[in-house]
Ligand binder design. Sequence first.
Ligand code: ADP
Length: 294
Amino acid sequence: MTEAPELLIKNLTKTYKNGVKALDAVSLAIPRGLYGLLGPNGAGKSTLMRTIATLQEPDSGSIQFGTLDVLRQKEEVRKVLGYLPQDFGVYPRVNAEEMLDHLALLKGIASGKERKEAVHALLHRVNLWEHRRKALTGFSGGMRQRFGIAQALLANPQLLIVDEPTAGLDPGERNRFYNLLAEIGENVVVILSTHIVQDVMELCTNMAIIHQGQVLFAGAPEAAVKSLAGKVWSREIQREQLDEYKARLHVISHKLVAGRPQLHVYAESEPEAGFAAVAPDLEDVFFANIAGLR
Ligand code: ADP
């Protein structure tokens, strides 16, 4: 297989009619492999992904995939594109094999023999072979997502876009899905949007943090974590103290650890007695960026 080219996004901007600026001069260079778009709900991830998938027009900016001008050569892009939307909600009563065969026909694989080969290979690849005769309506969340990937892979894409694919999966399903994506990412550009830090931590060699339509960080997750080293401080607090701490210090996050509120704050040196330095993780990076602390 030839190596998938790089995806270059420059100054992409989109304001919806209601005035929401969903993309604000987004520029990213996305290499082959798994690329994580991390951001809270409403950050602009779906807008960005739909735009790359040629389903939506930006107001300005450009997208280049290898030699293709994505915003102008939509038909050519669609030939090398696989897309799993957030709301992949078609679960008719037909079984997985029939549905894939039907979708393969729509993709233009005219020969019945070729279709059968392609569909069988995909069912094995996404581990749904045993369930191929089962109606899609009876599929679990994880099986649905794996079916969604199978349909996105039908045309052997060089560019695969998956929007919030792990939402609603249980830990076992999530792991199986991770393994599948990791395997696919060896050859093609895979862009994965998520609000789940763990997805990016476990899967992605490169990532961007997006918030309010802007790129706050782009690079390797380890580099992001390293940049926070020595600057994250933690202590256990009483629930009712949270507001005081928020008023006084740069609070990154607060969460329950074994039922007790644990505060993470950002500071160049020990903020107050009682705090201990902790090794930052990607979750700290995410919340510190979103909170505008970096
Ligand atoms: P994400 O995928 O990160 O949750 P979206 O791209 O879906 O973010 O949304 C970004 C922002 O744009 C949100 O404020 C959302 O409400 C708004 N938005 C998304 N789609 C539309 C639309 N079709 N019309 C108006 N506003 C929209």
